[in-house]
Design a binder for this molecule. Structure first.
Ligand code: AMP
Length: 415
């Protein structure tokens, strides 16, 4: 792999070779093509992996391809937690832009603001800044963020640790909604993921670290609940988490259709794909999902087998498969290509035996959680009886079995 094959332009290649870099690092190889495509990025990379160049190079290329406005309003903002990092990033940006007509500047606290204000008033294309000083000088009207095309948050985990969340939120509000966001972080805590979900749009997840085994990379969790509460629970998880691009597995084609329709009714765009759908309908659904027009794709195991989806942040098992190996296939849809992902299973009492089978196969126990308002209260016998009734009803062409008639109160509650 060469820098040229990543799609970088001549002036950048010249600057790279002047720096003495010959081959792209892993994070550069993974992130640069997506950033050039204009995608949002959620990158896991530590210092020393070449992460700065991974965002700086494609950012410079995107900016140099655009229009240079006479007044040079800030078009790209790189936020860093510390002055040291800001200065370091600035140096790299300057090095890589030495053959381009782009101006960059760095601002941080603890030094006299006057020279920074003067430089900003002359116009800069790329601004590297720490959050506090940025807000300070923005208040003094030293620059505007109304023309931001690209935002980079470098070492986002450290920024949150240092208490910059409020400042960052304020800064986000000063920028146009239509922009490219690149988030780099050494670690991915729950807080970081939650924060990233609030402003990244259909991010591609990239990771510098070598690939782990599927089970290590995928954050797996079981939510115990009632069968009848699963739809409400899945809707809540997707809505509250602001999740985009969620692949949901159901056991049956009918189940896939039903769930997809219910999600749509709750305002979550969704489509079902399964063996009864034409190839055209499946291709269309998949394309909509990849483009981000559909948030949720509900699939059966068989339909999902040939799916070509490069990276998925979330996989949800609406129902667990009978065969533990299918579970491993399903969760293999997330955390692929070195990205981290989350696999969630909604488990009712009758599926506990499937959980045990999966845990045996994986050689580890799955984390279990119960959410308030979604407590599992069903009794195993009751659920099994209902399942048998449904089956009988299905076979009998809609006729109710004796036991389901006697349980009509239960059925009514469910509808
Ligand atoms: P970073 O992870 O961005 O802090 O970069 C660490 C160091 O690696 C910096 O000194 C970079 O100049 C250098 N570097 C970045 N990309 C490459 C590369 N592809 N090959 C060799 N060194 C690199």
């Amino acid at each position: 792999m060469s820098f040229k094959s990543l799609g970088l332009s001549e002036p950048l290649l010249k600057a790279i070779s002047k720096k003495g870099h010959t081959t792209p690092s892993t994070i550069q190889e993974k992130a640069i093509p997506f950033i050039l495509e204009g995608k949002d990025i959620l990158a896991s990379a530590q210092t020393g992996t070449g992460k700065t160049a991974a965002f700086a190079l494609p950012m410079l290329q995107v900016l140099s391809g655009g229009e240079t406005l006479r007044k040079r309003p800030v078009r790209a903002l790189i936020l860093t937690p510390t002055r040291e990092l800001a200065a370091q990033v600035m140096e790299e940006v300057k090095d890589y832009s030495s053959f381009l007509d782009l101006r960059s500047h760095v601002i941080f606290g603890g030094v006299n603001a006057a020279p920074q204000i003067r430089a900003l008033r002359q116009g800069v294309d790329i601004l590297v800044a720490t959050p506090g000083r940025l807000l300070d000088l923005h208040q003094q009207k030293a620059f505007s963020l109304a023309n931001i095309e690209i935002l980079v948050l470098d070492e986002a985990d450290r920024m949150l640790d240092m208490g910059f969340l409020r400042d960052i939120k304020k800064i986000l509000a000063l920028m146009p909604a239509q922009r490219q966001n690149l988030l780099f972080s050494a670690t991915f805590s729950k807080d970081i993921k939650q924060f990233a979900n609030t402003f990244l749009k259909h991010p591609v997840m990239v990771e510098a670290a070598p690939q782990n085994t599927a089970a290590e990379k995928v954050d797996q969790k079981v939510y115990k609940t009632n069968k009848s509460k699963k739809t409400a629970l899945i809707t809540k998880l997707i809505s509250d988490g602001n999740w985009e691009q969620v692949l949901v597995f159901t056991r049956t084609k009918h189940g896939a259709n039903r769930l997809s329709q219910k999600l749509e009714k709750s305002g979550i765009t969704s489509a079902a794909i399964h063996g009864n759908k034409s190839q055209g309908a499946r291709t269309k659904a998949l394309a909509g999902f990849k483009k981000g027009n559909l948030r949720v794709l509900v699939a059966t195991d068989i339909a999902a087998r040939g799916l070509d989806i490069p990276l998925l942040p979330h996989v949800i098992n609406y129902e667990l498969p009978n065969v533990p190996e299918d579970y491993v296939h399903r969760i293999g849809r997330t955390g692929r290509a070195g990205a981290s992902g989350q696999a969630i299973s909604l488990v009712s009492v009758d599926e506990n035996e499937h959980v045990r089978g999966i845990e045996k196969l994986l050689g580890e126990s799955l984390e279990k959680e119960i959410l308030d308002g979604f407590e599992p209260t069903e009794n195993l016998q009751e659920v099994l009886q209902k399942k048998a009734d449904n089956k009988a009803q299905h076979r009998g062409g809609g006729r109710k079995s004796a036991s389901s008639k006697t349980r009509s109160g239960f059925n009514r509650r469910r509808n």
